[in-house]
Design a protein around this ligand. Structure first.
Ligand code: ATP
Length: 373
């Protein structure tokens, strides 16, 4: 179980810098998931680790061994691609044993490695088939099997489940988790899928525009985002963001007037946060699941149901609360996202009262840095 160290890695294409000096260490046996908006450099970084890209500066080390300039085949990494990248004319067994064959390993050793990987992935009955005789999920298992037989120091996954349907994706998520537990391998996994990141990662690396915004456990990032970008990126639906202004500040307590609310809100900011100045523009953050039940001390906001999404036990409401609007939302309409129990039937146009517990507010300063979580 080796560690993987990314040390101040920069990758430029001509005048464009896709990765602007990124550092993190995957500890032995960690499952690191890299997330971030399209074009932020996730795949470039993964391909750089694999040796499919030459980095401009910085270093990549596995267990302290510098592999920055090593050939892809000499790095001790194996990569699983979104499109499987299987050899169409070879059988499943040949696909899985190919790298070992190229390395000149004896036939008996190759057969044993293939049999072992096939057992782990439960594809023993498909070993004699060619890729075109397999389903998408089976093909992806073969692609993973091909990585397993190489017994790499580090597994790299580039959105391996995104071509699968929802049911198969959730099954494969569980299987990849099992595989990680069984192999105890160090893994780096790139995805667009929040659920994959939240459920599989030991730590998540959130990237944005070629830089790392934050690294931490899924719950740490969800509950204690370093800034508004991370707060907005993790969580579905997206956190509600409300504009506000500091009207008073004393000690670690600040008073905020939020756009669309008539009452000022008093909040404590974190001990290590810089106290904002009176007059500063700030952002209040509120997750959809934190709307209250109308208990004393909560702020009652009259609203109207705009959109209803039934999620089974719960319902997701997009509520029109007049001037109390979220900006920077997915839908751009300013409606607040709020979870409700499905026991109360709601339809578009129905009036409802949103209860906001001030304790649930996140607060971000004018630069988007977290003042309170
Ligand atoms: P996605 O989630 O859409 O796959 P990503 O985060 O994986 O995005 P990358 O594929 O790493 O993003 O790309 C990062 C940036 O580098 C993008 O702006 C992309 O256009 C640019 N880029 C990638 N490959 C090249 C290349 N060969 N030449 C020039 N620019 C490139």
């Amino acid at each position: 179980m080796p560690s993987l160290q990314i040390d101040t890695v920069v990758k430029s294409y001509d005048s464009f810098t896709a990765i602007k000096g990124v550092s993190f260490t995957a500890e032995p046996g960690e499952f690191i998931v890299m997330v971030g908006p399209s074009g932020c450099g996730k795949s470039t970084l993964l391909r750089s680790i694999a040796g499919l890209e030459t980095i401009t500066s910085g270093a990549i080390r596995i267990d302290g061994r510098d592999i920055t300039h090593a050939e892809p085949s000499d790095r001790g990494v194996a990569m699983v691609f979104q499109n499987y990248a299987l050899y169409p004319h070879m059988t499943v067994a040949e696909n899985m044993g190919f790298a070992l064959k190229m390395a000149g390993r004896p036939k008996t050793e190759i057969a044993a490695a293939v049999a072992k990987a096939a057992k782990i992935l439960r594809i023993e009955e498909h070993l004699h088939k060619t890729p075109k005789q397999l389903s998408g999920g089976q093909k992806q298992r073969v692609a993973i099997g091909r990585a397993i037989t190489r017994a790499p120091d580090v597994f790299l996954f580039d959105e391996p489940l995104s071509n699968l349907d929802a049911a198969l994706r959730s099954q494969m998520r569980v299987e990849l988790g099992r595989l990680h537990a069984e192999l105890k391998a160090t893994m780096v996994y790139v995805t667009h899928d929040q659920t994959e990141a939240m459920t599989m990662a030991t730590r998540i690396v959130v990237m944005n525009a070629g830089l790392i915004e934050q690294v931490g456990s899924p719950l740490d990032l969800y509950n204690r985002p370093r800034n508004r970008f991370v707060a907005g990126f993790l969580g579905s639906p997206r956190m509600n963001f409300i504009k506000g202004r500091i009207v008073a500040a004393g000690g670690r307590t600040v008073t905020i007037m939020a756009e669309g609310l008539t009452m000022p809100i008093q909040l404590q900011i974190e001990p290590d946060a810089d106290v904002p100045a009176v007059g500063d523009v700030v952002t209040l953050g509120l997750r959809a699941e934190t709307f209250g039940t109308g208990a004393p001390g909560q702020i009652a906001v009259p609203a109207r149901v705009a959109v209803v999404e039934s999620l089974g036990r719960e319902t997701l409401i997009y509520a029109d609360a007049g001037n109390l609007r979220t900006f920077d939302s997915e839908s751009q309409d300013g409606y607040l996202a709020a979870h409700r129990s499905s026991q109360v039937m709601l339809r578009p146009g129905d009036p409802l009262t949103l209860s906001i517990d001030p304790a649930a507010f996140y607060l971000f300063d004018r630069n988007g840095e977290t003042l309170r979580f």
